[in-house]
Design a protein around this ligand. Structure first.
Ligand code: ADP
Ligand code: MG
Length: 641
């Protein structure tokens, strides 16, 4: 004989909650399954703990698992676990009140607002009650693990009351929840649907979840297991399961942290940058779990942009299970995890760079672009800048890489600056006139090829106590003091008269070029080129200027200072011409040509027509003169005979 049934009224706040859950439309009803499964998982974990502590439990041979059965005829889903179960007192206490503080206040507010219900569900733990989003009747049968307790049944239609009765019939240990599906929730009676939802949210629950006897969750949540127990193959397999990548990852990072915040994380660096199209949509973020239950797939906020090439999962016990997307962002735990993850990843990369240069180089080739965005992470500036790599004048090939530390180890005595130059490629850099003085002085220069590099250098400004200085902006007086390492081609010094004429020549050149240049001055940096263009003090480097111009769709040519190499043979010839006739047309043409050649080198020459015509003119002249020398030579040969 069954005992008498008792009917109870739900507490006011539960009633309010149920009203919201049963009478609104939901976008995210499937989470009821996640809630019930994680309750079952908790109950199983508690039972496991009791067994380990030596407590005598009922039905001690029962396997620890979760069984889902689907009765299509009656539209009933049953979720049964062999967990700790509940006594009748417990069931009244646990399911019938909402323990969480502030819930009542919250509900009053929520009931008055038009806020979407799934947000409400997310904002606090409604757990079990979410089942009433899909059910018009729920029957719980539970049997406590304690020997002398009777099984109990709880029943409610989710309206205002629930009934409880003790059972005398034999019931296995644990809790079974019978869900009578609402007319509009029949989709959940389909096996594929339930399977899909279980795999999405509950794939890593540590107990078998079976649907009509078939186990659904087969992949272990290895991120929660101790590192030393996991084999490389298991990591790789998990990675492939997670990313659908067929290649094994370049690297694996597994961390378990207890303070200042508890979390464990398993992250991978894919061998190939999956972001190959440069689309930011492909940066994924980590899957966020709370005790093995998926809360947010590919959650970006848990990593800063520059580290979002990492793929994997992060799991914390300190986050409430029912947290919503909105509240996640304000969550202090997330902020702490993020800060800690960044430190972990940067230290890991530093270790990789130290122990396995080949691997680090691979990493750099794939991810440097994205990684460099870390220049804005001021908190980790030192760690970040130690991980940067550059090509440099001290290396042989364009692919060779060095770190700031390598550069510093080759500092000249008293050197306080790190020099860099930017261009499309190594050949373009090597023919850049700005580099000449550095070659002569034997000063190392970092070679930058990626437009973002200049941003990085400009905004970092310093590495440790050393200034980062573009060769275009270098203070030449400072590097004058270093001894020449290479011999300059010695040219005869100009007489003091000629020095004065040279000054006039420079002014004449400025007249010819007019507004195109801010000034024409003698160069201290040139040895092999006759001229170059430099940015006036304090303005941007040409690379930065180009980026800004691109952004502003500005096609104008920036005003520069033209520098002239007094010792270059071409310039000496010009001096001779100038001394003969200050208005000589050939002098004018050569001056214009020098300016445009420099523009061309800097990548600013928009229209080459005028220049090509001028060069043809100049070539015509020079070939004539050349023929003349040829005939002169022939004549003198004849004369010799
Ligand atoms: P929460 O899980 O956040 O505590 P729930 O509303 O999901 O909130 O569940 C309320 C309580 O009901 C749980 O704390 C637990 O004590 C009890 N409970 C729910 N489901 C089960 C179950 N399957 N087995 C044993 N106890 C359960
Ligand atoms: Mg719960």
């Amino acid at each position: 004989m069954e005992k008498q049934t008792q009917t109870y009224k739900f507490k006011a706040e539960v009633k309010q909650l149920l009203d919201i859950l049963t009478h609104s439309l939901y976008t995210n009803r499937e989470i009821f399954l996640r809630e019930l499964i994680s309750n079952s998982s908790d109950a199983l974990e508690k039972l496991h703990f009791e067994t380990l502590s030596g407590t005598e439990v009922v039905d001690s041979k029962l396997p620890l698992e979760i069984q889902i059965t689907l009765d299509k005829d009656k539209n009933i889903i049953t979720i049964a676990d062999s967990g700790i179960g509940m006594t009748d007192k417990e069931i009244t206490k646990n399911i019938g009140t909402i323990a969480k503080s502030g819930t009542a206040d919250f509900l009053k507010k929520a009931a008055g607002s038009k806020e979407e219900s799934s947000t409400i569900i997310g904002k606090f733990g409604v757990g079990f009650y979410s089942v009433f989003m899909v059910a018009d009747e729920v029957v719980i049968t539970s049997r406590s693990f304690q020997k002398d307790e009777k099984p109990v049944q709880w029943r409610s239609e989710g309206e205002g009351t629930f009934e409880i009765q003790s059972l005398t019939k034999k019931t296995p240990r644990g809790t079974s929840i019978e869900i009578h599906l609402k007319e509009d929730a029949k989709e959940f009676i389909e096996k594929y649907k339930i399977e899909e939802v279980v795999k999405k949210h509950s794939n890593f629950i540590p107990f078998p979840i079976k649907i009509d006897k078939e186990q659904i969750n087969k992949v272990r949540a290895i991120w929660r297991e101790p590192k030393f127990q996991i084999k490389k193959e298991e990591y790789d397999e998990f990675y492939k399961f997670l990313t659908y990548d067929s290649e094994t990852p370049l690297d694996t990072l597994h961390v378990a942290i207890d303070a200042p915040v508890q979390y464990s994380s398993l992250m991978f660096i894919p061998a190939k940058n999956l972001d190959w199209m440069g689309s930011s949509e492909l940066e994924k973020g980590l899957d966020l779990y709370v005790k093995r239950v998926l809360i947010q797939h590919e959650y970006k906020e848990v990593l800063p942009e520059y580290l979002r090439f990492m793929q994997g999962v992060v799991d914390s016990e300190d986050i409430p299970l029912n947290i919503s997307r909105e509240t996640l962002q304000e969550n202090q735990v997330i902020t702490k995890i993020r800060l800690n993850l960044v430190t972990q990843i940067l230290s890991h990369l530093a270790k990789m760079a130290k122990d396995d240069n080949e691997k680090y180089t691979k990493f750099w080739k794939e991810y440097a672009r994205q990684f460099k965005l870390g220049y804005s992470d001021y908190q980790n500036k030192d760690k970040f800048s130690d991980l940067l790599r550059f090509n440099s004048s001290a290396t042989e090939k364009e692919e060779d890489l060095i770190a700031f530390e390598d550069y510093i180890s080759r500092f000249k005595p008293d050197q306080k600056e790190i020099y860099y130059i930017f261009a499309q490629n190594r050949d373009a850099i090597l023919s850049n006139p700005h580099l000449e003085i550095f070659k002569i002085k034997g000063l190392e220069v970092l070679y930058l090829y990626d437009p973002i590099d200049e941003f990085v250098m400009e905004s970092m400004n310093k590495y440790k106590e050393y200034d980062l200085v573009s060769v275009e902006k270098v203070d030449l007086n400072r590097i004058e003091n270093y001894a020449d390492q290479k011999e300059k081609k010695e040219t005869k010094k100009l007489s003091s008269d000629d020095v004065k004429v040279f000054d006039k020549l420079l002014r004449r050149m400025k007249d010819i070029l007019g507004e195109k240049v801010t000034d024409v001055v003698e160069s201290k940096r040139l040895t092999t080129s006759p001229s170059c263009l430099v940015t006036p003090d304090g303005t941007m480097t040409s690379g930065m200027q180009k980026i800004m111009q691109l952004m502003n769709k500005d096609m104008s040519i920036p005003q520069r200072i033209m520098e002239i190499n007094k010792d270059h043979l071409l310039v000496r010839n010009l001096l001779t011409i100038y001394k003969k006739d200050v208005n000589d047309p050939h002098f004018i043409r050569v001056t214009e040509q020098l300016y445009e050649s420099s523009l061309l080198l800097e990548g600013y020459l928009n229209d080459a027509h005028i220049m090509v015509n001028r060069i043809e003119d100049l070539l015509e002249n020079s070939t004539e003169w050349y023929i003349k020398t040829l005939t002169d030579n022939v004549k003198s040969e004849k004369n010799k005979k």
